[in-house]
Write a protein that binds this ligand. Structure first.
Ligand code: HEM
Length: 440
């Protein structure tokens, strides 16, 4: 569907065939991101990976995050072989994930042994993902620093904000007058102070923590590039750290929230999942990652959740870099593209019983979310596809296995399951997910 929002042409893609055309056949043409005023204020002029325009700078910082840095190019040359988000690197943070998952399980045990057996799962999942991401990114948790959490929440909220001035340029003043830009600048400044202190702490070598974290690696690469005469800007380092915090936390937590909501609404599926997990790992055991490979139903349950509740339902917008044609329609240069994967995931021509939560559809099926099957692209696809797939699925699978392996869940008495969604960059349940949790 081709629309016009003010002065901007906007293409909304709602079929797997059109998504394939945009993210595979013409991936290069649509590899740009539109420029958004609010995002630019928050992310140092879009110096991060997710919102930076397509080009040499984006290629460099993305490869810094994803592939090893052994390029012959002068700009970002490095002797260190790092894969910040590569499978190998993600595996190296296994101990962090296992420790934090065990802490989450202990918190639940404490709650039912002390007062109430009703647990706020939404809060628990946000804390888990926040703690894992903070430890991997900066070597420590900030659970006690409430202001940081509030700032991050405001920051993520603004990332999903629709700014009328981006579409109707002569209305640019509206959000200046109503104070929005002022609030955004205040959040950006406070977050910058915080991230700067994290970076300085690393530079002074004051950080305690066993493993080399994301900030260590970025600073190491920065030092090497200063030596080779092509420095990475300080603001790029800070934008990349913010990308980690914002792209990883809410998306990963939202999957856990939706999967548990679906399981509470489908007790037979929950039972089937529990029996798979307990058969492989035993009852009330701390489940380690090596066991997950033997749990195909668990993986199918997570896939089915991503199909029905993709955390980023319109993907991150793309922009065409030149005039082109998509499925016979003329598309002008600088057209914004939103891919509606929520609709594609429920397309009757692609999925049997599309509105039903039915994980069995993924058993013995080769359909996967890695960007090759365009009927199922919760992480996007192509050049701009999500580099955090392994990171997110490792956290979610481990947490889910431990939850259903250790506990039984039901809805609190008198509570109805509310499956409505709240708007935002990552789509959460509109209401908090509460559950009665009892030992199995
Ligand atoms: C369930 C969790 C997650 C979901 C559903 C998700 C989804 C997405 C989507 C839809 C995109 C845009 C893809 C496109 O334009 O084709 C994206 C981009 C991105 N994601 Fe994720 N993501 C998740 C977790 C993560 C994690 C854990 C990280 C980092 C540790 C991460 C880092 C990024 C980055 C850096 C980009 C921008 C890539 C670029 O523009 O080159 N994501 N993600």
């Amino acid at each position: 569907m081709l629309l016009r929002f003010g002065s901007k042409p906007v293409l909304v893609v709602s079929s797997a065939a059109a998504a394939r055309e945009i993210m595979k056949t013409q991936d290069l043409v649509f590899a740009n991101r539109p420029r958004f005023t609010v995002i630019s204020k928050l992310l140092y002029g879009s110096r991060d990976v997710a919102f930076s325009p397509y080009g040499e700078y984006w290629r460099q910082i993305r490869s810094l995050c994803v592939v090893h840095l052994l390029s012959n190019k002068r700009q970002i040359r490095s002797l260190c072989v790092v894969h910040l988000l590569s499978n190998k690197r993600v595996l190296s943070f296994r101990a962090v994930r296992e420790e934090e998952t065990t802490l989450m399980i202990d918190k639940i045990k404490q709650s039912y042994s002390s007062s109430s057996s009703v647990v706020n799962l939404t809060e628990l999942f946000k804390s888990l993902t926040n703690d894992v991401v903070c430890r991997v990114a900066s070597g420590r948790k900030y659970s006690e620093e409430r202001r940081f959490k509030e700032l991050l929440r405001e920051f993520v909220g603004y990332l999903g904000f629709f700014d009328v001035g981006d579409y109707i340029p002569w209305l640019w003043w509206v959000n200046k007058i109503n104070g929005l830009y002022g609030r955004v600048e205040r959040v950006a400044k406070e977050l910058d102070d915080f991230i700067e202190s994290v970076v300085e702490e690393h530079e002074r070598g004051e950080r305690k923590g066993g493993h080399e974290d994301f900030v260590d690696v970025l600073l190491q690469v920065q030092r090497e590039n200063v030596a080779s005469g092509s420095p990475i800007h300080r603001e790029s380092v800070k934008a990349l750290i913010l990308d980690m915090f914002s792209a990883a936390t809410d998306t990963t937590a939202s999957v856990l929230e939706w999967v548990m909501a679906e399981l509470l609404g489908h007790p037979l599926i929950l039972k089937k999942l529990q029996s798979e997990v307990r058969k492989i790992a035993g009852v009330k055991q701390a489940i380690t990652e090596d066991k997950l490979e033997k749990m195909p139903y668990l993986k199918a349950v997570i896939k089915e959740t991503l199909r029905l509740h993709p955390p980023v339902p319109l993907l991150v917008p793309r922009e065409s870099m030149r005039d082109t044609q998509v499925m016979g329609y003329n598309i002008a240069a600088r057209t914004q593209v939103f891919t509606n994967i929520w609709t594609i995931g429920r397309d009757l021509s692609l999925w049997a019983r599309p509105d039903e939560f039915w994980p069995e559809r993924f058993m013995d099926s080769l359909v996967d979310f890695r960007g090759h099957d365009f009927e199922f692209i919760p992480f996007g696809a192509g050049r701009r596809g999500c580099p955090g797939i392994q990171f997110a699925t490792s956290v979610d699978e481990l947490a889910l296995a431990n939850l259903v392996g250790n506990f039984n869940f039901s809805l609190p008495v008198g509570e109805e399951l509310d499956m409505s969604e709240a708007a935002g960059l990552a789509v959460y349940k509109r209401t908090t997910l509460l559950a009665v949790v009892t030992p199995c």
